[in-house]
Design a protein around this ligand. Structure first.
Ligand SMILES: [Zn+2]
Length: 625
């Protein structure tokens, strides 16, 4: 009952959960020895039915798709009942603790280690506690719909404060969540934070909203104000695109940002917040932070509320395979760039290099020859935060659904605009997805009652384009099929040239070679049908000589290729498993494409091109900006 600042809809949703199912679950988190990098967790479950309680450490984390072994870092586990008597514990699997013989109350304590500052793990040290809840909290099966309470204990001598999307209480170190799913989606940054907040004023039918930026830096640099100003402009463009901001249930949306030399580069979306971490240390905005803010904020619509059915509800025990990440992630990447250029936080040239970066591998066919964007999405479990010891040829057969979907977003936007003289674009499509699937919300707080399927994508696209055939053909060819859109024709409408960057230049393809003590070594499987692959040269092979000249370094190999033309033949001596043999390598053509404004190469924009580009890229925040 403390979301007084937000609308009636949220108020009633909160009541549903309070009525839900028994007394709250309470977690107390302490950091008694920050230098030893662990959190001390005390979790209390009351009002339990008889029979064992099944306690789990999660195997997944919302927004990250690999399976994790969070249980690996748990130790010193104890369980007692309501009178403090020790309870029997069994371990049916590595992620579970079954506690039996209790009196209706189970209180467990454990330590959990963590030293990774990113969007997935726990990090505790003398400067802060950075908590991604699935890496920290053990939860009880069958109590998922209870209210959750989190109490943080500040280490002695620290002046740390908290930034989180958890619901506040009168105590600045105590918070609540309406259920387990919301709790596990709610990261906490507990440290020496610089916090800024601003109100996005009400505009038209949209209410006002509070955005907060909480930054933990190595040394305060003024960065927090730079970031706050930039994101203010981006919020305006994204609201104009979607017609309104989502209702942020705790009364605010929060950016939790760590710029620390020991951080990993990451951005992780949550329903009412995001975690952004970067190893940058210089003062001024590290170049990736503002784009990441634009990306993660758009996730508040796209994936958090406009949610694929494949991710709803999200399982904390099993992988969450989805065929829609090209839309959830890739199109979000496209919107990140589009709204940045509209907001003026990047210029046209930066936007073009982002789009060129995304379209190049799609056009070149890297991976696309083997799998569609929908099929690439299904591989997220193997690439997003995954660690492997075995070897793989995935580099040659995989194309990230981020890249793929980014390029599809561009093609979709330009296709819609081309068919409507610039009147209808991806804005209208995403807004239709929002109205049908995001805005209706969920009966339970944090859940989405109308998640979408690929059939819904077809239907919304048919509605906004007024052409079912176009919608089906676009999805069949570019999302579920492996065709590539005609980017040169689409971009020409906006007076942009999509052309070969180095016509006629020779190339060995996307080849990974490195200097090793044994010689110039092919370090990854050459991409299928690349010159080395065709010549029968594989991973681990050593390049000894080209055209009778012994080579001593990768630099020399590249030098030879640069002096030749596409189609030239090289006589190569290659050593496979210590046995040298001669092979002939036919050089390919350099596949790189570049995206250039017509006016930069001496052309003149036609009125149509100028109008088209303006309708696409100009700010539309207007009076609501
Ligand atoms: Zn994302």
């Amino acid at each position: 009952m403390r979301a007084q600042t937000v609308g009636a809809l949220v108020f009633s949703a909160w009541c549903v959960s309070a009525l839900a199912s028994g007394p709250p679950v309470t977690y107390v988190l302490a950091f008694p020895e920050p230098l030893r990098r662990y959190a001390l967790v005390e979790a209390t479950f009351t009002g339990l039915d008889s029979g064992p309680v099944e306690l789990r450490m999660s195997r997944t984390s919302p927004g990250r798709y690999a399976l994790h072994e969070f249980a690996r870092n748990v130790w010193d586990f104890h369980a007692v009942d309501g009178s403090g008597h020790s309870l029997a514990v069994s371990r049916p699997d590595p992620h579970q603790w079954d506690v039996s013989g209790h009196d209706g109350t189970v209180r467990v304590t454990y330590k959990v280690y963590g030293d990774v500052v990113d969007g997935t793990y726990l990090a505790v040290d003398d400067t802060h506690a950075h908590l991604n809840m699935p890496a920290v909290l053990m939860w009880a099966r069958s109590l998922e719909q209870r209210e959750m309470r989190v109490i943080l204990r500040r280490p002695a001598g620290k002046r740390w404060t908290v930034a989180t999307q958890l619901f506040p209480t009168d105590d600045p170190l105590s918070f609540t969540a309406p259920n387990l799913s919301y709790l596990l989606d709610s990261p906490v940054e507990f440290g020496p934070l610089e916090v800024r907040s601003f109100t996005v004023p009400a505009c038209g039918a949209d209410q006002s909203h509070v955005i907060r930026v909480a930054l933990h830096e190595d040394r305060p640099s003024g960065l927090v104000d730079t970031l706050t100003a930039a994101v203010g402009r981006i919020v305006g463009e994204q609201r104009a695109m979607m017609g309104e901001l989502p209702t942020f249930e705790p009364g605010h949306y929060t950016f939790l940002i760590d710029t620390l030399p020991w951080a990993r580069g990451d951005g992780m979306e949550h329903r009412n917040s995001t975690v952004i971490t970067t190893p940058a240390t210089e003062s001024g905005a590290p170049p990736t932070v503002v784009p990441t803010m634009a990306h993660e904020l758009f996730h508040a619509w796209n994936v958090e509320r406009i949610r694929p059915r494949s991710l709803e509800p999200f399982s904390f025990e099993r992988p969450n395979p989805s065929r829609e990440l090209w839309l959830a992630e890739g199109v979000t990447s496209y919107i990140e760039t589009l709204t940045e250029v509209r907001a003026g936080t990047i210029g046209l040239e930066q936007a073009l290099s982002s789009w060129s970066w995304a379209v190049n591998p799609v056009v070149a066919g890297r991976g696309r020859r083997f799998r569609s964007a929908a099929e690439m999405s299904l591989l997220a479990q193997f690439v997003d935060g995954a660690k492997w010891n075995d070897r793989s040829n995935a580099d040659g057969t995989f194309l990230s659904y981020y890249t793929y979907g980014h390029a599809i977003g561009l093609a979709l936007d330009l296709s819609l605009r081309a068919r409507s003289d610039g009147r209808i674009g991806i804005d209208e499509f995403l807004r239709a997805m929002w109205i049908a699937h995001g805005k209706p919300g969920g009966r339970l707080p944090g859940y989405v009652d109308r998640p979408y399927t690929i059939e819904d994508v077809r239907s919304r696209l048919a509605e906004v384009s007024g052409d079912r055939h176009f919608a089906d053909e676009f999805v069949n060819r570019y999302v579920e099929g492996r065709d590539v859109a005609d980017y040169a024709a689409l971009l020409a409408r906006a007076g942009l040239l999509f052309r070969h960057a180095a016509p006629g230049a020779a190339s060995l393809g996307d080849l990974q070679v490195e200097d090793r003590p044994s010689g110039i070594t092919v370090s990854e499987p050459p991409p299928p049908d690349s010159p080395f692959d065709v010549a029968g040269i594989g991973e681990g092979d050593v390049i000894r000589a080209v055209d009778d000249t012994r080579l001593g370094s990768v630099g020399q190999l590249h030098h030879v290729v640069r002096r030749r033309r596409a189609g030239d033949r090289l006589r190569v001596v290659v050593e496979h498993r210590s046995i040298p043999r001669p092979v002939e390598v036919v050089l390919g053509s350099d596949p790189r494409m570049e995206l250039v404004p017509l006016e930069r190469v001496g052309g003149t924009l036609s009125l149509d091109q100028r109008t088209f580009r303006e309708a696409w890229l100009a700010s539309r925040a207007g009076k609501c900006g």
